[in-house]
Design a protein around this ligand. Structure first.
Ligand code: 6PG
Length: 509
């Protein structure tokens, strides 16, 4: 029988790339972990990596060959983290843990990319059998290893137990400057600072917020790609030239992880061909579904996340490669080099401003969507806290998130980021170049669907009188769907008897 000192603090199930790195991150922070995977080779790989990294003297991982063995190696009440594929595997593992004798006060934390509504269902389903808690993780494999951004949600008691663990392993930010304190290798000391791990809300809230993070990520990436495409096509710039532009942009308001990795990608030369790798990669985008979930949810809630949805569609359209090859030979458009001859520096500055304004709109859409769902679900999400959790560790980390935090600190019930005086001022200042870039790209026949959808969102949102009056009349004409009148109290419905010779108006309620 092992004494409490010999028992492990945390059980870890699922040792794929994310699970393995999260486990090693836990051990860096002094936790003893009992690790299990259905594929026993993964357990052995993990043990070998721990030995290679820390030497044989101070092992903190115990490999397990079964769920029962894992439970037997843990301090009670048990804390077990899952990193298994979203969907059925999560339920499968929970059911096996129940069979293996897990107790009602043991906590199981799902860290996969689960659908938020599944998390709500699971929390209820496992009540009385185990405490099902969830934590959405962003940052990819490097983030998992050296500091991810964590979005925990669920039972508040479970949070009190998990909080010190998550705050230890999460990415850190310097509280004075708001800058990320990065750690890139095990030889570097653990950074001390504000942890990018904060309680998001009741069950489902954390995975919901992570889903919207990914929707914003899709938009952020698509906008960068459009800026690249416009430089490529209208200025005939090489990937290396464009990398230099992004490098410069990364010093200012656009500073972000995604711009940084774009520079590295554009500079990379393919070993086999000696060509820029980006020119060798097939232009057919993949997607795992979280951007799609965000877009579907935005449609369901009625939140106009147009740039996010457009970025999902841009991936779908890119995937129609064979059809596009045929269309390219049939469909006519302007000559792509339409901007040749113009001052490149001016065009590049316009593009910078376009990317910045469109990015503000994409984030405004994401936060607006979270706000609408927060009200619908009664979550009371804290948007300043969410922006803080995204300042380091996650894929959309950017200096810009500090400005978003400040906007919500100025006004916690801000309806839309665009209404914050700072962001309203930024768009007022830079919008001329945004409009100009889109006009230039459009006249040159270069698609910039996300950039222009963001502008349409901005112009629609600031438009006091939209043509929806005409639309309401059309609906009433063919379907007697009724309309409200500007000169009557809101909520009173009217209908015109369009099919009668004398088109009389009737009050419906
Ligand atoms: C993150 C990433 C991560 C993953 C996406 C990619 O925050 O760490 O968003 O979740 O890389 O799922 O999604 P796509 O394959 O759909 O681009």
């Amino acid at each position: 029988m092992q004494t409490d000192d010999q028992l492990c603090d945390i059980g870890f199930i699922g040792l794929g790339v994310m699970g393995k790195n999260l486990t090693l991150n836990l051990t860096d922070n002094g936790y003893r972990v009992a690790a299990f995977d259905l594929d026993h080779n993964k357990v052995n790989d993990l043990l070998a990596q721990e030995a290679a990294e820390r030497g044989e003297q101070d092992p903190r991982i115990e490999g397990c060959l079964s769920f029962t063995e894992l439970l037997g190696k843990l301090k009670a009440p048990h804390l077990i983290v899952l990193s298994v594929p979203a969907g059925a595997p999560v339920d499968d593992v929970c059911d096996k843990l129940i069979d293996a004798g897990i107790s009602a006060d043991d906590i199981v934390v799902d860290t996969g990319n689960s659908l938020w509504t599944d998390t709500i269902t699971r929390e209820k389903h496992y009540q009385g059998k185990l405490i099902f808690f969830a934590t959405a993780v962003s940052g990819g494999e490097v983030g998992a290893r050296f500091g991810p951004s964590l979005m925990p949600s669920g039972d508040p008691y479970a949070w009190t137990r998990i909080k010190p663990v998550w705050q230890a392993i999460a990415a850190k930010v310097d509280p004075q400057t708001g800058k990320a304190l990065e750690r890139h290798s095990i030889d570097e000391p653990l950074p001390q600072g504000e942890a990018c791990a904060d309680y998001i809300g009741p069950a489902g809230a954390g995975h919901y917020v992570k889903m919207v993070h990914n929707g914003i990520e899709y938009a952020d990436m698509q906008l960068i790609c459009e800026a690249y495409h416009i430089m490529r096509e209208t200025l005939a710039m090489t990937p290396a030239d464009i990398a230099q532009v992004f490098k410069q942009w990364n010093q200012g308001v656009l500073n972000s992880y995604l711009i940084g990795i774009t520079v590295e990608v554009l500079e990379h030369i393919d070993d086999d061909t000696g060509m820029p790798l980006v020119d060798i990669i097939l232009d057919r985008a993949g997607q795992k579904g979280t951007g799609l979930w965000t877009a579907v949810n935005a449609l369901q809630v009625g939140s106009p996340a147009t740039t996010i949805a457009q970025s999902v569609f841009a991936r779908s359209l890119s995937a129609m490669k064979d059809e596009r090859i045929i269309a390219a030979s049939i469909l006519k458009g302007p000559e792509p080099k339409a901007l040749a001859g113009e001052d490149a520096t001016v065009i590049i500055q316009r593009l910078h401003d376009a990317l910045y304004c469109a990015k503000i709109c994409a984030y405004a859409q994401g936060f607006q969507l979270m706000n609408m769902t927060s009200i619908e679900q009664g979550w009371e999400l804290d948007f300043a806290a969410i922006a803080k959790v995204w300042r380091a560790g996650c894929i959309i980390r950017a200096s810009f998130l500090l400005s978003i935090t400040q906007a919500y600190e100025r006004n916690e019930s801000l309806q839309n980021l665009l209404l914050d005086p700072y962001f309203a001022g930024q768009i007022a200042e830079y919008q001329h170049n945004w409009r100009h870039s889109i006009a230039d790209a459009t006249m040159a026949g270069i698609p910039c669907s996300a950039m222009s959808s963001a502008l349409a969102y901005y112009d629609s949102y600031r438009c006091e009188n939209l043509p929806a009056n005409l639309l309401q009349a059309q609906r009433d004409f063919f379907g007697a769907h009724t309309f409200e009148r500007k000169d009557q109290t809101s909520g009173k419905k009217f209908h015109v008897n369009w099919s009668e010779a004398k088109r009389t108006m009737v009050k419906v309620n």
